[in-house]
Write a protein that binds this ligand. Structure first.
Ligand code: PGA
Length: 254
């Protein structure tokens, strides 16, 4: 049984003051013990976030990382630097990084490798565009994007399936589309890592996940949590999704 993970990807939102207020409110919520909770604020808010979250059930992650540990890379941040301030997780290969900032399968893999080498957990994002889905290429794209994941350590890896057309659009994947993609990915992982190791890898759904649709998505057999953008920015909607995940884990799985 995989423990659900509910992860908030704040993107370029929230100042240090806003982060502090948000996390204090979230930590004050009565959080279910059965769900892992992760918040990923912008870099500037990470030190404050890590300090506030210490001793709570909330984990803090970064949204990107460089693949080298040190060197002449103006504007970049290395995984050991994140580890030093208490960051335990990194989102890698998000579609916004891929479409807006030139991320490729190869650079995403390099970042994931560096993250694990520094002892941090990876959330590796994949997902097809609308053109790719309409062309019937969804599985081919997912196969390509996961092509080199076998080089990673499966025990520090989470996969996030985020159909690009569902991110920030209000248009979520249907439960059938989500389950079909997740089931495909689970078979992929099994072929890469073998049965036992792959069974433990969580596959998150991302893309317009919100309190109103959380239950139907999180109840799917191969959906082990969510990577949430817009709906994670508000404590009440984020904690409603956390509660939905707890309910699903408690027996609503289909
Ligand atoms: P969204 O973003 O929930 O706002 O669609 C998800 C993501 O980009 O991870």
């Amino acid at each position: 049984m995989r423990r659900p993970l509910i992860a908030g990807n704040w993107k370029m939102h929230k100042s240090v003051a806003e982060t502090t207020a948000y996390l204090e409110a979230l930590i004050a919520e009565d959080m279910p013990a059965t769900v892992d909770v992760l918040c990923c604020p912008p870099f500037t808010a990470l030190p404050a976030a890590a300090m506030i979250a210490t001793g709570s059930v909330v984990r803090i992650g970064a949204q990107n990382v460089h693949w080298e540990t040190t060197g002449a890379f103006t504007g970049e941040i290395a995984a050991p630097m994140l580890g030093e301030i208490g960051i335990g997780w990194v989102i890698v290969g998000h579609s916004e990084r891929r479409t807006l900032f030139g991320e490729t399968d190869a650079t995403a893999l390099a970042r994931a490798t560096a993250t694990q080498a520094a002892g941090l957990e990876v959330i590796f994002c994949i997902g097809e565009t609308l053109e790719e889905r309409d062309a019937g290429a969804t599985f081919a794209v997912l196969e390509r994007q996961t092509g080199a994941l076998g080089e990673l350590d499966p025990s520090h890896l989470v996969l996030a399936y985020e159909p690009v057309w569902a991110i920030g659009t209000g248009r979520m994947a249907t439960p059938v589309q989500a389950q079909e993609a997740h089931a495909f990915l689970r078979v992929r992982l099994a072929s890469m890592f073998g049965g036992e190791a792959s069974e433990a890898i969580r596959i998150l759904y991302g893309g317009s996940l919100k309190p109103e649709n959380a239950r139907e998505l999180l109840a799917l057999a191969d959906v082990d949590g969510g990577l949430i953008g817009g709906a994670s920015l508000d404590v009440r909607s984020f904690s409603a999704i956390i509660r939905a995940a707890a309910d699903c884990a408690a027996g609503e799985k289909s």
